[in-house]
Design a protein around this ligand. Structure first.
Ligand SMILES: [Fe+2]
Length: 385
């Protein structure tokens, strides 16, 4: 691979890091260390974990170097250390944490210098720069988790650099600056799209970066169905609550006759036109039934994606359990997705206002527990044709 490609990797790594640091720039160390919720990590853990994951893969695994802090990495293992205990771990904090982020990055760039990352390299970790793409995706995905926690920080507004995506990263419908809160126009087309029945190719193509759970690409027979052109609006969700007594989305509070959004300590009236977010799978499923519809399967969602408007406000819950595609092979580590397969987690598709375009591939599969609402999750309904 040419030196330009390495330069592009270095550039993308540095942009991701700028975004990470811009997110926490308005916060002090006490806020970084504080546990705001048992289901979300303190930000200091996320930051250390981002650096440690980078050290593990880009410095130790492919660079063959020793870690900077001995076996500290075990406290940053996401499976070994559930979110509710992360605040008590002897992790790096304050100045030590900031130095670690910088020291690891310096070594990463040093290792990158000597690496062969072309299409014909034998090591699948290095072929076409896979491991670097994985690291970028990892950091950017953690940015979104950090933003979930930042909704709990009173008065929080992200630093100015957080929105500076480079034009090279902008692509398709999900391309946009990092806007806060979501302000995209909702297309006013209330109708549904009919998707023809037939065989659809589902999953990521063999070439290019994707996670193991998006592969192998395979044909799926799908019966004809209808899917709404737009996601469910706040207004429609309010009507559902009024008629059924359903619970509001996370951060909503009653205010006189209306509803307000209290995320980040604000008290902003709910805009009825915007898509609803912060709903659980249970709420999404109940809404769809109330509307005489159902949630789409993730296969339907992927087949319908070329016709969908209003993508990128919120992740869209599907009716599908997070399971392996036929012929799945874990790569490069089981703990990214394989350990979560089963009927416990539901798949979400699309992406939210907090998702970086690099992450929001058509085949990308997000997943969470059906009762969770801290994610930026919304609803789009379907029905049999
Ligand atoms: Fe992670």
């Amino acid at each position: 691979m040419s030196s330009e490609s390495k330069a592009a990797i270095a550039e993308a790594l540095s942009e991701a890091r700028e975004r990470t640091l811009a997110l926490v720039e308005p916060l002090d160390d006490a806020q970084l260390n504080r546990v705001y919720s048992p289901i979300l990590s303190p930000l200091a853990w996320d930051l250390g974990h981002i650096a440690n994951f980078e050290e593990l893969w880009l410095v130790q695994t492919i660079g063959g170097r020793e870690p900077l802090h001995g076996d500290l990495g075990r406290f940053y293992d996401a499976i070994e250390n559930p979110r509710k205990i992360r605040g008590e771990l002897p992790i790096l904090r304050d100045e030590e944490l900031r130095s670690y982020l910088g020291d690891v990055r310096e070594r990463t760039l040093d290792v990158l210098e000597g690496m062969e990352i072309g299409a014909d390299v034998e090591d699948p970790l290095l072929r076409e720069g896979f491991v670097y793409e994985m690291l970028l995706a990892h950091e950017l995905q953690h940015n979104e988790t950090m933003l979930q926690l930042l909704q709990l920080v009173e008065g929080y507004e992200p630093g100015r650099g957080a929105g500076q995506l480079s034009p090279g990263q902008a692509s398709g419908q999900l391309a946009r600056r990092f806007e806060y809160p979501p302000v995209r126009e909702m297309p006013r087309t209330p109708d549904a799209v009919v998707v023809e029945g037939g065989s659809y190719e589902i999953g990521a193509p063999a070439k290019g970066f994707a996670y193991d759970n998006e592969r192998p690409r395979h044909a799926v027979e799908i019966a004809a169905f209808e899917i709404d052109r737009t996601p469910v609006s706040n207004g429609a969700y309010i009507q559902f609550m009024e008629e059924t007594g359903a619970e509001p989305p996370l951060y909503w509070e009653r205010d006189g006759d209306g509803w307000i959004d209290t995320a980040r300590g604000r008290r902003e009236p709910i805009d009825r036109e915007r898509p609803v977010i912060h709903v659980s799978w249970e709420q999404a499923d109940a809404f769809a039934r109330w509307a005489g519809k159902r949630l789409p399967t993730e296969h339907e969602w992927e087949a319908a994606r070329p016709h969908l408007d209003g993508l990128g406000h919120g992740w869209e819950w599907t009716s599908s359990d997070f399971v392996a595609y036929p012929g799945f092979e874990a790569f490069p580590y089981r703990e990214y997705s394989e350990v979560f397969f089963g009927d416990e987690y539901k798949v979400l598709r699309g992406g939210s206002w907090a998702t970086h375009p690099r992450v929001a591939r058509p085949s990308f599969r997000n997943w969470d527990l059906p009762q969770r609402r801290q994610i930026f999750s919304g609803i789009r309904c379907a029905r049999d044709a």
